[in-house]
Design a binder for this molecule. Structure first.
Ligand SMILES: *Cc1c(COP(=O)(O)O)cnc(C)c1O
Length: 379
């Protein structure tokens, strides 16, 4: 089946008891058993829940994996994935990971004996050079937040295979509609479903998708044993979100391209980070491994004062963290999402005080442009 068909139907059958077309929210903690050891496959709701199972099958199908494992947040999904490793294992990770992922790695997991090297994974040579005898995993994000740097999924997966390492990709920014890392050789795909997959800014959740059934069993064991599960209501919301993923992503992409073009013509904008622009340093790679460019754009205004002026004057665009919802969100990475990154590291990554990030929503794009135009005119 095609992607949009899978998005609407995969993992879901009419409810067996009533025929309800939509998988119900099974808001229960336990299941009644007929006799000792005789039950319907459901014993306790941390371990199994039908609403959650439907969502897990749905997103696994969209990512072309064999199994999905849902968690209470993107970070819970990442944490669970890293607990596949053991103390003393080393991870090669992208130098510009989502701030919360970096914080989890260095402030929590490193204290349990996991070791990390953070490198610019858009440079294959740096990835290869960072591998040690204790390396067990490569963990990347592509594109990165907020400067939209692209790493070559197929090339990194060849390195991972050669060294027998798990290759993990946080695919939150692109969603499986535009990028499917498993098809390019990744072993594990992670999502913050909070973003594009749910898409309506009303739920926090995470998902891990794997291509190896045994790895899926290990992660399901961790899901149950450590217990950071996704609630049935959130699973239902995200299932509702994925039904419109294809149409939403098409519109996000169209609006993203239009806003990037608009920003390119504004004298107040010194630089634009968007892989869909021909002058993006990895535009060709982006075209090769992604089927669209999405709606995440960062742009440089030159100073904190100018960024502040713009953010104070936008009216339709909302100043807020997060991304991937139907409404346009605008933010200031240096003081918001990346405030915990030391200043020199931030500047090195291009996250200057004048940088603004926009998650272009699916409103009428003329209205977004009019809003940005009036706010830019104050600079
Ligand atoms: C938001 C985000 C996360 C964390 O997800 P939560 O659902 O907020 O825990 C991880 N990775 C990326 C790329 C994100 O954007």
């Amino acid at each position: 089946m095609g992607f949009a068909t899978d998005a609407i139907h995969a993992g879901q059958q009419p409810d067996p008891t009533t025929g309800a077309i939509i998988t119900p929210i099974y808001q229960t903690s336990t299941y009644v058993q007929a006799e000792i050891g005789k039950h319907k496959g459901y014993e306790y709701a941390r371990t199994q829940n039908p609403t959650r199972a439907a969502l897990e099958a749905n997103i696994a199908a969209l990512e072309r994996g064999v199994c999905g494992i849902a968690f209470a947040s993107g970070l819970a999904a990442i944490n669970a994935t890293l607990t596949l490793l053991k103390s003393g294992n080393h991870v090669v990770a992208s130098s510009n990971l989502y701030g919360g992922t970096f914080r989890l790695f260095v402030r929590i997991l490193a204290t349990f004996g996991l070791e990390f090297s953070f490198v610019d994974t858009s440079n294959i040579n740096l990835v290869e050079a960072a591998i040690q005898s204790s390396t067990r995993m490569i963990f990347i994000e592509t594109p990165t937040n907020p400067t939209m740097t692209i790493s070559d999924l197929a090339a990194i997966s060849r390195i991972a295979q050669a060294h027998r390492l798990r290759f993990v990709v946080d695919n939150t920014f692109m969603s499986p509609y535009f990028q499917r890392p498993i098809e390019l050789g990744a072993d594990i795909v992670i999502h913050s479903t909070t973003k594009f997959l749910n898409g309506h800014s009303d739920s926090i959740g995470g998902m891990v998708v794997v291509k190896d059934p045994e790895e899926g069993e290990r992660l399901a064991f961790i899901q149950n044993a450590a217990g950071a599960i996704l609630s049935p209501f959130d699973a239902w919301l995200i299932l509702r979100g994925t039904k419109t993923l294809a149409v939403r992503m098409r519109q996000h992409d169209a609006n993203g391209r239009a806003i990037a073009r608009f920003l390119g013509g504004q004298r107040q904008v010194q630089k634009i980070y968007y892989p869909g622009l021909a002058d993006h340093p990895q535009h060709e790679l982006a075209q090769r491994q992604m089927s669209g460019f999405g709606s995440m754009i960062a742009f440089e205004l030159g100073s904190l004062e100018k960024a502040n002026t713009l953010l104070k004057h936008v009216r339709l665009c909302s100043l807020a963290e997060s991304l991937g919802g139907v409404e346009t969100l605008i933010s200031h990475p240096a003081t918001m999402t990346h405030a915990s990154v030391p200043r020199e590291d931030r500047i090195r990554l291009g996250i200057t005080d004048g940088l603004v990030r926009i998650s272009v929503g699916i409103e009428d794009v003329e209205d977004i442009i009019t809003d940005l135009e009036q706010a830019l005119s104050r600079l």
